[in-house]
Structures are given as structure tokens and as C-alpha cells.
Write a new protein. Structure first.
Length: 477
């Protein structure tokens, strides 16, 4: 390409190398729409959807799956990138209800034979009552939406205590939006449909299955990163974004190896938390935007990893714990996601403990955290009998957006400000304060790239239409 033509190409700086940032970089470079630079503060790509090595095993930052609901074009692209390394796997988890274990996703056999009788009777009563009574009008909250759709038994035994653990709030304090975007089976009818969809003859494509890389979930992001750099994108790791100076062009201040460097760009696409974007942008946003950035909150998460001296702990990929007296919300065994049994001598458990960054447990030692996990599973009749070879922990300060009632007032202030910035785009799970899966964030990335044409013009009207579609995203469990 001639130097003169090269100089005229649109320059896009992308903040963050999670799936959204990487997906956008790959498609921009692949389609020749821009010269792309990606700045990632970590030493590896993937963000919360990444993986790392522990005692010779690849482990993820919690429990992750690529769901069959992934858009066909995106799934085809990932299959082309990863080939046989992207495995099609059966789901095999379980939920603890009234001291009984039930398969998750729900299976007809379990519903018939394994449900606690009192729980089954409660669900049946709720269903019958729903058909003959109409609930009185009330203020819509997470609690009211789910209780109306699922009944008291399911809500009070599973969703409500689980919600208190995940978000640290009573369900009645959470916005109804949380219910619509976080619970895919928000009614008994939808729940039954999901179960029926697992029966032979009724089974929907992909039902009860997921895609997972042989080498850990982070391999999806690594594969995209390799493809992006091969197409010409500049990926910089260990690069912490410190400032965004708005101008013509924009200027991104990045700290690398103790040095502050500045990079010019025609467009800046940010996947960092939108509240953080407001604090690093210059000129500073209006005071009401800064105040709004302090009023939306993320729930943190501590991930506790136990390396066990045994080949496999259980055959289940994940265990879910709704009981509030148990600190864990979920415990996963990475080996069971990929089906790889190597190394044969050991396995890893990953316990998830939601909390706030100012909670006492946030500063607990690894040994203290290991004891929390050990005692939690012992309470459920699942003692760890083998030697714990090693303990490690990871802390995610931005694990879950908290949709507390009234949050949307503050988010809308932030979103209106960010949307009004010239040639700046806030996308991804953190950038849009969204409860989204990987396939949702990749869809955002593809959509953003589709709005930018080869001349460097961004179609704002088309992006607004995509934003409307994004609000319909519902998390796949």
C-alpha cells in the first residue's frame, strides 16, 4: 500500500483486550477499515474471560462457556480460527436445593425423581395459585418480577438467596431490569420449555451443550488476538490507560514500564468500566456525570483455586450453592469443562465468592480463603479428602454490575455523556454496564465495526439501533 494512502487510514485506539476489544480489533484489521492499536493493562488477553496456568493446568477466571446462542457468523469465525481446539461439550452441573442435588441444566428425570417432595409440592401449589389469582399491582422490582413469573418456592429457595449473595442486596432492592436481563427462564412456562427442549424429539440445537476450548476459555481471546495481530493490529500488553484527552485527533495516555506515552487516534473505542472512562477523560465531564460515575457500582469477586492431589474431584463441571449460609455461589472444576484428564495426578477447584472490595474477606489470605472453600463444601456433604497441594486466589473488582433500584437514572447520565463524545465509543460488558456473555460482547464488537465504513465515517443512527438490540440480551446461565 502506498505511504500516502497508508497515512490517510483511520486510526482506532481500543482500550482493553477482553473479547469485545479484541473482536473489534480483529474485524477492523481484517476488513482493512482502520489502523488499530489495543491497550491492555494485563500481561495476557481476555480480561475476566481469560485463563492462566496453575500447577500445570489451565484454569479460568471463574466458570465460562461459549453458548450455542452465539450468532452464526461469529461462531463460524471462531471455528475457523480454532478448528478442532474448540470443543462441543455436554453440560453437567448441579444445584443444591433443600439439601438435595439437582442436575443443571434441569433434566426431566431429575424433576420427576430427584426434587425434594416439599419443593415440588410448593412449585405445584404456586403454579395452581397463579392460574386462579391475579397479583395485586405493585412496584416492579427484581423480586416482584421473578415471584410473579416463577412463584414463591423457586424464588425463595434459589433465586432470592442467590441474588443476595451475588449482588449483596435484598431482591426487593434490585431493579426489575436485573430480572429481565439476568434470568433467562423468568417464568414457569419458560422453565418447562427449557426442560422439554432436552427431551428426544423436542431437543433444540445446542440444548444442554456448550463450546469450550481444549486449552481453557482464554484460548478464545488468544486466538482472536493472534488473528488481529496477523491482520496488522498493534496489541500492547502491560499498557495501563491513564488518560483520554479529547481533541482532533484524540490522545490516549498509556503507562508502560513506568513511562507515560501518548498515542493519537481518530476514534477511541473503550471497553473499560464506563465509570472509569468518566474519570480519565479530559476535559473533565460535567459534575453531574462525575457524581453519577460514583453512584453506579460493580460487585467484586474473589476466585479461590485449590490444587488437589487427585485426578478428579467429581464428574460435575460446576456446583451451584444458593444457601446464604454457604459463602460460595459456585464451584467449578476446569478439567471437566474440557474433558482433558491430563495431568492425571491432580485437579483444580475454583470457588467463587462475591463480595465488595471493602469487605473483610477481600483482604483475606489464601489460606483463609482455602478454609472458606473447604468448610463450604463440607457443609454440603462434599469433603475434600485429598491433600491440597497449592492455593491461589484472584480478585476481580468489576465482576458484576449491580442494578440497584434507581441505578438507571445514574447510568443514563453517564451513557448520555459518553454517547455525546465525538468519535468515542463505550462498548462491551463493562463499557455498557451490562450482564452479558462472551457471545453478546463479540456481537457488540462486530456491530461497532459494521457501523464504521472504509472512509472513516461512523454511522451513529445504525449504532443507536444496535444499542436497542443490546438491551434485549439475556444472560445464558
Amino acid at each position: 500500500m502506498p505511504e500516502q494512502s497508508k497515512a490517510k487510514r483511520t486510526r482506532v485506539a481500543i482500550l482493553g483486550a477482553g473479547p469485545a476489544g479484541l473482536g473489534a480489533a480483529w474485524q477492523l484489521a481484517r476488513q482493512g477499515k482502520a489502523d488499530v492499536s489495543v491497550f491492555e493493562q494485563g500481561e495476557d488477553v481476555g480480561g475476566n474471560a481469560g485463563s492462566f496456568d496453575l500447577a500445570g493446568l489451565s484454569v479460568d477466571y471463574g466458570s465460562h462457556r461459549l453458548h450455542p446462542a452465539c450468532a452464526p457468523q461469529i461462531l463460524e469465525d471462531l471455528r475457523t480460527l480454532m478448528g478442532s481446539e474448540l470443543l462441543d461439550r455436554p453440560r453437567h452441573g448441579r444445584i443444591r436445593l433443600r439439601e438435595h442435588w439437582i442436575h443443571f441444566p434441569l433434566k426431566p428425570f431429575d424433576l420427576l425423581f430427584h426434587l425434594p417432595p416439599s419443593f415440588a409440592a410448593g412449585v405445584a401449589f404456586d403454579s395452581a395459585r397463579k392460574s386462579i389469582t391475579r397479583p395485586a399491582a405493585q412496584r416492579e422490582t427484581f423480586a416482584s418480577v421473578l415471584e410473579r413469573g416463577l412463584g414463591q418456592t423457586i424464588c425463595r429457595d434459589f433465586y432470592f438467596p442467590y441474588a443476595r449473595k451475588i449482588w449483596g442486596l435484598d431482591p426487593a432492592e434490585l431493579s426489575s431490569i436485573q430480572a429481565h436481563r439476568r434470568v433467562s427462564a423468568g417464568s414457569l412456562g419458560k422453565m418447562v420449555s427449557k426442560v422439554v427442549g432436552l427431551l428426544p424429539g423436542f431437543k433444540a440445537p445446542g440444548a444442554g451443550r456448550f463450546y469450550y476450548p481444549r486449552g481453557g476459555y482464554g484460548e478464545i481471546s488468544r486466538a482472536i488476538a493472534r488473528a488481529a495481530t496477523a491482520a496488522g493490529a498493534d496489541l500492547q500488553l502491560g499498557a495501563s490507560v491513564r488518560s483520554l484527552n479529547l481533541g482532533t485527533p484524540h490522545c490516549v495516555g498509556v503507562e508502560q514500564e513506568g513511562q507515560l506515552r501518548h498515542y493519537e487516534a481518530d476514534y477511541v473505542w473503550s471497553t473499560v468500566p464506563i465509570s472509569l472512562l468518566a474519570r480519565i477523560t479530559h476535559p473533565s465531564p460535567p459534575l453531574k456525570v462525575i457524581e453519577a460515575s460514583k453512584r453506579i457500582r460493580f460487585r467484586g469477586m474473589i476466585l479461590v483455586y485449590l490444587v488437589l492431589d487427585q485426578p478428579q474431584w467429581t464428574p460435575f463441571d460446576a456446583h451451584y450453592f444458593p444457601e446464604e449460609e454457604i459463602k460460595l455461589t459456585r464451584l467449578s472444576e476446569p478439567k471437566n469443562y474440557s474433558g482433558r484428564m491430563d495431568p492425571e495426578s491432580k485437579t483444580v477447584l475454583c470457588g467463587e465468592i462475591p463480595c465488595s472490595v471493602d469487605d473483610e474477606i477481600w483482604s483475606a489470605t489464601d489460606l483463609e480463603l482455602a478454609d472458606v472453600v473447604r468448610r463450604s463444601v463440607e457443609q454440603c456433604g462434599l469433603p475434600i479428602k485429598s491433600t491440597i497441594i497449592q492455593v491461589a486466589s484472584k480478585r476481580l473488582p468489576y465482576a458484576y454490575p449491580i442494578y440497584q433500584e434507581g441505578y438507571d437514572e445514574y447510568f443514563n447520565v453517564l451513557d448520555e455523556w459518553a454517547s455525546g463524545l465525538d468519535r468515542v465509543l463505550s462498548i462491551g460488558r463493562q463499557g455498557l454496564f451490562a450482564h452479558d456473555n462472551t457471545h453478546h460482547t463479540l456481537a457488540m464488537a462486530y456491530a461497532a465495526v459494521g457501523c464504521l465504513d472504509e472512509s472513516g465515517h461512523f454511522n451513529d443512527a445504525s449504532w443507536r439501533e444496535y444499542r436497542t438490540e443490546f438491551t434485549k440480551h439475556v444472560v445464558e446461565d
